[in-house]
Design a protein around this ligand. Structure first.
Ligand code: DOR
Length: 435
């Protein structure tokens, strides 16, 4: 390998981020993403390791398919890709997959993500089986009888837009069930993309009791509310949602916290950005929730209830999104915007930077039982501004409600196994001996 010297002074250098939850769509949906495009997009976002969800076609439910993902990822030379295999055969929720054989082939965890394991008895058996091999089960906690045909968070905004809602209880009922079964079996359970205040409270309680559970939250649930479906584009911390909120503080249209700003009439501040309502780029499962849910996720991060920030990167080809809201696929393309979103919350003091970096590095490593590698690292320019455009995104999935938005914070270099695999603005990066 060629040796190089990199000048990273002035940048923030951290271990490479580890994403517990990304959809790479291969095999079966290569028009939405491939292992190569997704693992390159990951590097742009600072993720040197990503866990690939198995809701592909076919679903990753056999050792041969796990080995195929590993081989394709190796050839792509992007981020490291760790395959997650299904809990049940074909993700059909009827019989368990061969978890031990799948682990031997390289699966780092098991999930039917996109759907929960609806049958509680089968879920119990999954956790018991996983326990025998100390395997990790990752659950998409959602009571399907409550979420039914819902397409967004159930609340004042869904009522105004006339869209069927997914109530917070759909997640909270499922989280309560999952905790009870984890406690009964002693199996290792990770709850992914947690989105509600009530779910965070249950997980906090369960952890205090010593239940072996962990959880993650996504950058979009940390930054956006259900107002976004109605056309707002104000981040949760901008407090200036252009639409009325059912909870949270009164809109003040500014994040300026200087003493003088408090007495200033709110109308002098710039209006919060707006977009067209019913934009299918805001459709995601679990749905974007209320302001108080967002605050609870940040509180969970700060007090250690939340173990990791995971993107739930869900790229979709335009044909799946450029349809009416209720017909559109769920999902937001998130690998490349994750860092900027979470730094937004840090910049207003909702969490300190070290906590957020831990939730992107050592937190997920601990969930997976993996060491932090010295030879996987990134350099970040926290002040660099960039505009989210389809061309700026390496992912084939351009489905993000952030298109056109100027964000702050960029990865300038990503190193995997000591090899520079992405370089975007690191000063003085030249081969040793060439100067
Ligand atoms: O929004 C989502 N998209 N949520 C999921 O659980 C699945 C994912 C996907 O596969 O597109």
């Amino acid at each position: 390998m060629e040796r190089r010297e990199l000048e990273a002074r002035g940048f923030l250098v951290t271990p490479g981020f580890i994403d517990l939850h990304a959809h790479l769509r291969e095999p079966g949906f290569e028009e939405s993403e491939t292992i190569a495009s997704g693992s390159r997009a990951a590097l742009r976002g600072g993720f040197t390791t990503i866990c690939a969800m198995p809701n592909t076609e076919p679903a990753i439910d056999s050792p041969g398919l796990v080995a195929e993902v590993v081989a394709r990822a190796r050839a792509a030379r992007g981020a490291r890709v760790l395959p997650i295999a299904t809990i049940t055969r074909a993700r059909a929720g009827r019989e368990l997959a061969d978890l031990i054989e799948l682990a031997a082939a390289g699966a780092v965890a098991f999930s039917d993500d996109g759907s929960p394991v609806d049958d509680a008895r089968l879920f119990r058996h999954a956790l018991e089986y996983a326990r025998t091999g100390d395997l990790l089960i990752i659950e998409h906690a959602q009571d399907m009888s409550l979420s039914r045909n819902g397409v967004m968070h159930e609340g004042a905004v869904s009522a105004r837009l006339g869209l069927p809602g997914i109530p917070s209880a759909a997640e909270e009922v499922a989280v309560a069930r999952d905790i009870a079964i984890a406690e009964m079996t002693g199996g290792r359970l990770h709850l992914t993309h947690i989105s509600t205040r009530g779910a965070i409270a249950s997980i906090r309680d369960a952890k205090r009791r010593g239940v072996r559970i962990t959880c993650d939250v996504t950058p979009h649930h940390l930054s956006m509310t259900d107002d976004w479906v109605g056309g707002s584009r104000a981040f949760a911390w901008e407090r200036g949602g252009s639409l009325a909120r059912e909870d949270g503080p009164a809109p003040v249209r500014s994040i300026d916290r200087s003493p003088s700003s408090r007495s200033r009439p709110s109308l002098e501040s710039p209006p919060a950005p707006l977009a067209t309502p019913y934009d299918s780029a805001t459709k995601v499962n679990p749905p974007l929730r209320s302001w108080s849910d967002v605050r609870a996720l940040w509180d969970g991060l700060a007090d250690g209830t939340v173990d990791g920030i995971a993107t739930d990167h869900a790229p979709h080809a335009s044909v799946k999104k450029e349809v009416e809201f209720d017909q559109a696929a769920f999902g937001i393309s998130g690998l490349e915007t994750a860092l900027s979103l979470v730094l937004g919350g840090v910049s207003v003091g909702w969490c300190d930077r070290d906590t957020v970096i831990r939730a992107l590095t050592s937190g997920p490593a601990r969930v997976l039982g993996l060491p932090i590698r010295d030879d996987d690292w990134i350099a970040i320019d926290p002040d660099a501004e960039w505009t989210v455009t389809p061309e700026a995104l390496v992912s084939l999935g351009k489905n993000t409600p952030l298109l056109g938005r100027r964000l702050r914070g960029r990865v300038v270099c990503a190193v995997v196994g000591g090899e520079v695999r992405y370089e975007g603005g690191l000063r003085g990066a030249s081969p040793v001996g060439s100067r």
